[in-house]
Design a protein around this ligand. Structure first.
Ligand code: UDP
Length: 251
């Protein structure tokens, strides 16, 4: 990308971020707040692709444990991401931005199919692109979809919105009072320490191979998406950046 190109990010939002304080499903306040923040980023000139999760509605692994055939359960999980995407599409439109939903699965009546060059065109025209349907393949999660879309859409960074944590820690802060947050984390260190809180190892490997920086941030914090996308995270205060630089703990 030339230095004059507008910044481009891919944002992963888990289904959980759409459920607000509910136990599952979609909460309209959480949905509208997310749409408002995404629209604000776009209005600020950032090209933004969003990879939508589905865990608030359906998780393949859990359904498989309950007896559903595993591959079918994963396809159902992918369809859950389509439902979330449609809800987010309407909310973003209501917030005043153009948006296109692009699916890795064929759901022709409600979504375009994901075609990389078309998605890039939408981004260049200022439309928000919602990537739904995961990768279109069972046995992986939307983390892998986020890594793939981030790489193929030439994003400058992949933003991983998290719940219950503001970054990656040396140990689980809930059980280790001496846990320290990483401000910066090298891909290799993240892989060696098997930091599942960050993302699946396969997705992380893809990011490393293609030098796609990842920013982990707490999506529950007020205006977190806007602050992370527009200002960039203040890594001494919150967040973890994962890239090929040296690992460093926050002050
Ligand atoms: N899924 C899948 N392939 C993909 C993406 C998702 O099979 O490429 C299924 C998987 O079963 C997963 C479900 O869709 O449990 C919902 O996605 P995910 O768990 O990643 O959603 P999130 O945790 O981000 O809300």
């Amino acid at each position: 990308m030339s230095s004059e190109s507008p910044p481009r990010v891919v944002l992963k939002v888990s289904g959980e971020s759409l459920q607000g304080s509910r136990e599952s499903g979609i909460d309209s306040d959480a949905l509208n707040d997310m749409a408002r923040q995404i629209a604000a980023c776009r209005e600020h000139g950032v090209e933004i692709g969003v990879v939508v999760g589905g865990g608030n509605l359906f998780r393949g692994r859990i359904a498989a444990k309950l007896g559903m055939s595993e591959a079918t359960a994963h396809y159902a999980g992918m369809l859950a991401t389509v439902i979330n995407g449609l809800a987010l599409q309407d909310a973003i439109e209501a917030a005043g931005c153009e948006v296109r939903t692009m699916s890795a699965l064929h759901v022709r009546q409600v979504s375009e199919i994901f075609i990389r060059r078309r998605a890039i065109r939408h981004l260049e025209k200022g439309r928000i692109v919602l990537c739904v349907g995961g990768t279109g393949n069972p046995y992986v999660t939307t983390d892998t979809a986020a890594a793939l879309r981030g790489i193929e859409l030439d994003a400058d960074q992949l933003l991983m919105g998290k719940h219950g944590t503001d970054g990656v820690y040396t140990a689980d802060p809930a059980t280790h009072s001496d846990a320290r947050r990483y401000a910066r984390l090298n891909y290799r260190d993240a892989l060696q320490q098997n930091l599942g809180v960050l993302m699946d190892a396969s997705a992380l490997t893809l990011c490393e191979e293609h030098s796609l920086p990842i920013v982990v941030f707490n999506i529950e914090a007020p205006d977190a998406i806007v602050k992370t996308v527009i200002d960039g995270p203040d890594l001494e205060l919150a967040g973890t950046r994962v890239d090929d630089g040296d690992t460093r703990l926050a002050d």
